[in-house]
Design a protein around this ligand. Structure first.
Ligand code: MEV
Length: 326
């Protein structure tokens, strides 16, 4: 039996603007997905949580299985456990893909490789989403901690790798970085889930349409990029007041782009008085918001009073991890 886990993520700065080449920052959260692989006697076909595995329903699992487990290998029983809410912008499917890569690597090679898991899980996500996926979710889930994605190599950050992928006939390139953040003890993130689901492609298309109709609105995307750079610098310096302020500013620009929702705004308004900064996270139109706070219990209570589901996350949650291998 092999057991591997990987964390979800939230975007701290730069969603939507990252699609146009601006930098974005994501961090791992302490909600994880866990994959258990078991060889079972007498099973002739792959199983998923006690049922026959259906590759059509789980294209990313199918992709990874084909890459890491030869067709002549014995069928396995895959069990999925996890605390990351689905389809809420917290990277649950990327975490599942990364954990599965790690578990299969452990089974076949005796150890897990984060760089390979990050690459393969990215390709699996892209294949499952019709060719489009940024490496943000899968890299954050594999490496853990802070990940900066940008179209240029960002000075002052620790460069990890350059990723290229063919998307719609042209080659897309991303530079991945990380950095050490000096987060003071007692500062936490509270994630608030509206329970509603926005469509990432609808939100991305909405922003594209705005830009097409009025190209002067590109300034808003550049503003998000500038805020993201300032927020990243503040994180590195441990200036949480400045981080919080940048988060709130980032949210105001996202709201003006029309990607927030009444439910997100309600939770954000509730969390703001007890927080250093608040914003939606991910594509928007629903999903989750985040608050940077030194009063996590109070902030969580305020979000729940407004009907949101909330949890507290600390920073620097480790990435891909082997939990058990016997
Ligand atoms: C979605 O989590 C983040 C977006 O920036 C889309 C993307 O980066 O592919 C909205």
């Amino acid at each position: 039996m092999v057991k591997a886990s990987a964390p979800g993520k939230c975007i701290l700065f730069g969603e939507h603007a990252v699609v146009y080449g601006e930098p974005a920052l994501a961090c791992s959260i302490n909600q994880r997905m866990t994959i258990e692989l078991e060889h079972e006697h007498m099973i002739e076909a792959w199983r998923l949580d006690g049922r026959k595995f259906n590759p059509k329903k789980h294209p990313h699992i199918e992709y990874i299985r084909n890459k890491l487990h030869s067709s002549t290998g014995n069928p396995l029983h895959i069990r999925i456990r996890g605390t990351i809410p689905k389809a809420s912008g917290l990277g649950s499917s990327a975490a599942l893909s990364v954990a599965l890569c790690g578990a299969l690597q452990q089974l076949h090679n005796g150890s897990a490789n984060k760089a390979q898991a990050s690459l393969l899980a990215h390709h699996a996500e892209a294949a499952a989403q019709g060719g489009r996926a940024s490496p943000m979710d899968t890299a954050t889930s594999s490496y853990g901690g802070f990940i900066v994605l940008s179209d240029t190599i960002e000075e002052h950050l620790d460069f990890i790798e350059t990723r290229t992928m063919d998307v719609d006939g042209s080659t897309r390139q991303w530079h991945l970085h990380t950095f050490e953040a000096a987060v003071p003890e007692g500062t936490a993130l509270v994630v608030g889930n509206t329970g509603t689901h926005g469509s990432t492609s609808a939100m991305v298309n909405h922003v594209a349409e705005l830009m097409r109709k009025n190209s002067s609105r590109k300034v808003e995307l550049e503003t998000i990029g500038a805020i993201a750079r300032r927020g990243i610098q503040a994180f590195r310096e441990g200036d949480m007041e400045a981080v919080g302020q940048a988060m709130t500013e980032n949210h105001i620009v996202l709201r003006s782009l029309g990607v927030s929702s009444p439910e997100l705004e309600r939770l954000i308004r509730a969390a703001a008085p007890s927080s250093l900064g608040v914003k939606m996270t991910g594509a928007g139109g629903g999903g989750c918001m985040i608050a940077l706070t030194t009063n996590p219990e109070e902030t969580m209570g305020a979000i729940e009073m407004e009907g949101g589901r909330a949890f507290i996350s600390t920073f620097n949650e480790p990435g891909l991890r082997i939990e058990d291998a016997v």
